[in-house]
Design a protein around this ligand. Structure first.
Ligand code: C5P
Length: 410
């Protein structure tokens, strides 16, 4: 992966990595190494239980920095506040159920707790726990509280857990956490990015087409990809407008958000906002058909009878409209979500769409019952009008988004 070195003036970013007491602490060692290699100054703050998994000498060797462990050491330096004050970013990886609860409650039993309360820097958590714990209502509520306070999360992922079980709860891969951290550091990587100062319009989410006041035809898009792209573009210094349809993911700061819940409003907003844009990325899943009529009252079964076929008409193809009126110099990017198992079929559909809709780039991604939706791993292939070469990118969406942007302006 291309890793831009952090560069705020000549000062490397200060990152605090809080490590909680879960077995994934061993993977946090790789995270710390990755951050150091990217040029960050890293201070590791392990909790007492984290030290049962990985000891101080390992953290000190890997971070190349002293590891504070107690609230009551170096009290004269007011270290319980200073570490948080000086941080450009605080990461908690792994974030255990206990640490998330402690954060949600605002507890400060140790140096990590005080640092998290004292900091005004962005905070990124990488939860790791067994599926049952991750799905427990108390953990769900604590995550919701933390998200509502603007805390960022990466993962967890599905995969092998400790022991025999497999499921959601595995900590995100160190490289993906590092990429999410880099995106959050924002200004740190903008200085030499070709995205700096670009005006970028991105659509995200899935439209809903209402049959009556309570029922709609929608799709499974959560907005994860479009929002990850928005986050990555802001981190590279772009001015971003996100045209959002029914997002199920937390929004990053620093972007203008325009709500466009259905195909008609999405068309209106995209046409209006993209006129002045340098780059337009159409990542939203827009309906292909919309009901001819939306009933003003909730429909009843007695009105529809035993079977019912609401009349549908084709939705406006927004991307094709944008392609037909593309200002010169604008880069227009479409997404082709394909369900075929056959690579050649998927690729030929994507290339057809690129030609038909007059885009400069088409991003092919496979979707299906188990693949493609939400904060998951994805594999995309980029096709370019200007080149017969294609480009494959794999990984968590948060990480793919940054590399996709880098490939677009390469
Ligand atoms: O033809 P298909 O829907 O697969 O094309 C996908 C691309 O077209 C995506 O970029 C999507 O955002 C866009 N699209 C659109 N308007 C539609 C349907 C899809 O702009 N009504």
């Amino acid at each position: 992966m291309a890793t831009a070195k952090a560069n705020v003036g000549d000062t490397p970013p200060n990152i605090v990595v809080g490590v909680a007491g879960g077995i994934a602490a061993y993977k946090a060692v790789s995270l710390v190494r990755e951050l150091v290699l990217r040029g960050a100054t890293v201070t590791v703050i392990p909790t007492a239980s984290a030290l049962k998994f990985v000891g101080v000498p390992t953290w000190e060797a890997i971070s190349r920095n002293a590891v504070p462990t107690s609230l009551f050491d170096a009290v004269a330096e007011v270290r319980h506040v200073a570490l948080g004050h000086n941080a450009d970013l605080v990461i908690v990886a792994p974030a255990t159920a206990h640490t998330l609860a402690s954060m949600a409650a605002g507890l400060a039993p140790d140096l990590l707790g005080t640092t998290l309360l004292a900091t005004r820097a962005p905070v990124l958590v990488a939860p790791a726990m067994h599926t049952e714990m991750w799905e427990h209502p108390s953990v769900v509520a604590n995550m919701a509280t933390l998200m509502s306070r603007g805390i960022h999360a990466v993962g967890p992922e599905s995969g092998a857990l400790t022991g025999q079980d497999v499921g959601l709860g595995r900590m995100a891969e160190p490289e993906d956490i590092a990429e999410a951290a880099w995106n959050l550091l924002g200004a740190a990587v903008v200085s030499d990015s070709p995205w700096a100062g670009k005006n970028v319009v991105i659509s995200a989410g899935g439209t809903r087409e209402y049959l009556d006041p309570v029922r709609f035809m929608g799709n499974r898009s959560t907005g994860e990809m479009g929002v990850s792209l928005a986050r990555a573009a802001v981190a590279r210094g772009a001015t971003v407008t996100l045209v959002a349809a029914n997002l199920e993911v937390a929004l990053p700061g620093g972007i203008e958000v325009v709500h466009a819940p259905d195909a008609a409003s999405m068309e209106r907003e995209m046409v209006a906002r993209s006129a002045e844009a340098d780059v337009v990325i159409m990542a939203a899943a827009v309906a292909d058909w919309v009901p001819v009529e939306t009933h003003s009252e909730k429909l009843t079964k007695s009105e529809t009878g035993e079977t019912w076929s609401p009349e549908l008409r084709q939705a406006p193809d927004i991307l094709a409209t944008l392609g037909a009126h593309k200002p010169s110099g604008q880069l227009l990017v479409g997404f082709a979500a394909e369900t075929s198992d056959d690579v050649a079929t998927r690729e030929s559909h994507a290339r057809d769409k690129m030609a038909r809709k007059n885009t400069d780039v088409m991003v092919l991604n496979q979707v299906g019952p188990q693949v493609g939706f939400g904060p998951v791993e994805t594999a995309v292939t980029l096709f370019f009008t200007a080149s017969p070469q294609s480009r494959a990118i794999e990984g968590m969406k948060s990480s793919v988004a940054g590399r996709l942007l880098d490939a677009l302006l390469e």
